[in-house]
Design a protein around this ligand. Sequence first.
Ligand code: SAM
Length: 296
Amino acid sequence: MQTHPTIKDGWFREISETSFPGQAFCLKVKRILHSEKSEFQDILVFESESYGNVLVLDGIVQCTERDEFAYQELISHIPLFSHPNPKRILVIGGGDGGVLREVVKHGDTIESVTLVEIDETVIKLSKKYLPNMAKGFDHEKVKVVLDDGFKFLKKVAQENNGKYDIIITDSSDPEGPAEAFFRKNYFELMYNALNDDGIVITQASENCWLNVDKLKDLKKICKQVFPIVEYGYVTIPSYTSGQLGLMCCSKKLQITEPIRKLSTAEESKLFKYYNSEIHKASFIHPTWAKKLIDGN
Ligand code: SAM
């Protein structure tokens, strides 16, 4: 029988003394579907008892079939509905395909979606074990580039072949191949790759229940590069502490309210988590958290 170091007594345990000191998230495992070390990271896919199939990279849960929609919808639709006419979209990371699935819901306004993923194995395994997310890869407007997202953006700066309206960084956490995505020069590269009214959103790895100092540092870095920076969050049980932060940066458009809105009926046909009210609510914080994030 296959085993994996993160699984003990039939339970997957997400333990990280640096990211989640003193706490752990566990899921009961039905069976391991795949386990390997790719060129870039340790990859585990297992079937859980209550969250469907689960993708784990370097010991950290990336998505589960049961609750992935919350994250994928919010990280995609906050920037897309904050922009009047998003045409060229860049996704960095996102190898499970869930963000692509959401972006193409914007139909004719979208001209192209480029996804830059470092690890082809994640894409292949997602197509096999996470088909409801990976269906995003099938859309005709989607182009996949196998490359390091940081290096790709450096090339974009050199080649000057068109800018993006929106950049979504759907990366893994800073420990591993996504480390560069939490540094100032990454945000500078994104700034330069955007049109004048461009918007960036990036998974912040932290939230106010975990490492607030890292969150504050990230916000500070973003503010050194972008005039508009807002911190939002998604509630999602399979990320340790049930919340994940989203750092949103914009050159001139405000991002805390949608500029385009669908009818309630259309929203409920297309989305399970996103609606125009949750868009606004995602930027409203409890008093204690607001003080921590704003540094008061
Ligand atoms: N929703 C997830 C989360 O926040 O936990 C992220 C999921 S997605 C699967 C993360 C992807 O980022 C992975 O497929 C990983 O291979 C990719 N990635 C990590 N570092 C990267 C890099 N330097 N360039 C491009 N993709 C990268």
